[in-house]
Design a protein around this ligand. Structure first.
Ligand SMILES: Cc1ncc(COP(=O)(O)O)c(C=O)c1O
Length: 359
């Protein structure tokens, strides 16, 4: 499909852009352009692609997304390379997960190549929005929603795919070397058979109250337990977890449909195995977590995701009190694996798995 390029009457002046790039924060500044692709079942599906100014969109008040929440999204980064180029990390995995989410939410799939081409087009256009500060990247947010105007519970027949981009620095404002996690006992994130494995807005809306509870308790993030037995550790609001033990084994919760299959998670499983660690995808309970940390069998816990990369969990707090993991700061495995991943993403280490796509 050809992308129609629409003119931009008033891009952000370069001085203001340079200012924004000095300290971009996370998700508060946006580049000048966006991609929009329209879907209409009656017009043969995906039919019009534009690359134009980033601007407000008009929606009919009966647009299905506003009532029945047919919405999915992805999150990925374009990384500045050591040689000054730009690269994506495993973007085809985001394209695939986007379509997995689409199927779960009864939405049309977007051809993988069209997903990737939209990213190439936007990044080429807004290349001067990539921050150069350490840890900085251009965060890409592809999303799709039901735009058809009707009331009634059925899959919509019209959708919009939109891609926007945001220059970002570090995810955690505190820049803390380790995060403190709140164990939610009152709320769960996803039930078996639900939408936990899909990247759909409702999952995140449901996490806001428990996340607010975490903040109230002086924590950075909430960790969810399974919805049935309320004992198995699932994931954080936006990150997967790994537990590192003193016998060289590592556990990460299995993909049973209630957690998001993280691309960082999948990459870490490979990288940790390359380090000779015995990584197992199996259930791990909150009680065992506390016991292993207290007895010293558990050395480290790390959280991982595109936004915050690899972040050590230092302290865990819940209604039954607190416990500390290892020294409460970043452990050796966490630091090593984070550095290894970041080096691959930046083009500073050899990409032996074909994970990096140069732009
Ligand atoms: C709920 C949830 N879990 C895990 C992740 C980590 O996934 P990834 O490594 O693909 O960014 C994310 C972020 O996308 C998320 O939103």
């Amino acid at each position: 499909m050809d992308f129609e390029h629409l003119p931009h009457a008033a891009p952000v002046p370069s001085a203001a852009r340079d200012d924004a790039l000095k300290n971009p924060g996370f998700g508060t500044h946006f580049t000048d352009h966006m991609v929009v692709i329209d879907y209409d079942a009656e017009k043969g599906g995906w039919h019009r692609a534009t690359l134009g100014p980033r601007e407000p969109i008009t929606l009919d008040p009966a647009a299905a997304v506003l009532h029945y929440a047919q919405e999915i999204f992805e999150g990925m980064k374009a990384y500045k390379q050591q040689d000054d180029g730009l690269a994506l990390f495993r973007p085809e995995q985001n394209a695939r997960r986007f379509n997995d989410s689409a199927r779960r939410m009864a939405m049309p799939e977007l051809p993988e190549e069209l997903f990737l081409e939209s990213i190439r087009q936007l990044v080429a256009k807004d290349r001067n929005w990539v921050p150069t500060l350490p840890g900085g990247a251009l965060y890409l947010r592809p999303f799709m929603f039901a735009s058809e105007a009707f009331l009634g519970v059925r899959p919509a027949r019209q959708y919009k795919f939109i891609l926007i981009a945001s220059p970002v620095g570090n995810y955690f404002k505190s820049g803390a070397p380790a995060v403190k996690i709140w164990v939610s006992r009152n709320y769960t994130r996803a039930a078996p058979g639900g939408t936990g494995a899909a990247k759909t807005g409702g999952n995140y809306a449901a996490s806001l109250v428990p996340q607010a509870e975490a903040i109230e308790q002086g924590c950075d993030q909430v960790v969810f337990l399974d919805a049935v037995e309320k004992k198995w550790i699932e994931e954080l609001g936006g990150m997967n977890l790994f537990f590192v033990f003193d016998d060289g084994s590592v556990i990460t919760p299995p993909l049973t449909g209630t957690i998001l299959p993280g691309i960082t998670r999948d990459s870490l499983i490979t990288l940790l195995r390359e380090e000779g660690l015995n990584v197992r995808e199996e259930p791990y309970s909150i009680d065992q977590w506390r016991a292993d940390a207290t007895e010293g069998d558990l050395l480290e816990t790390m959280a991982c995701g595109t936004a915050a990369v690899v972040t050590p969990v230092g302290t865990v707090a819940g209604p039954d009190g607190e416990f500390t993991i290892g020294s409460g700061g970043p452990g050796q495995v966490t630091t090593k694996i984070r550095d290894k991943l970041v080096a691959i993403q930046k083009g500073a280490a050899e990409d032996t798995h074909g994970w990096v796509m140069q732009l």
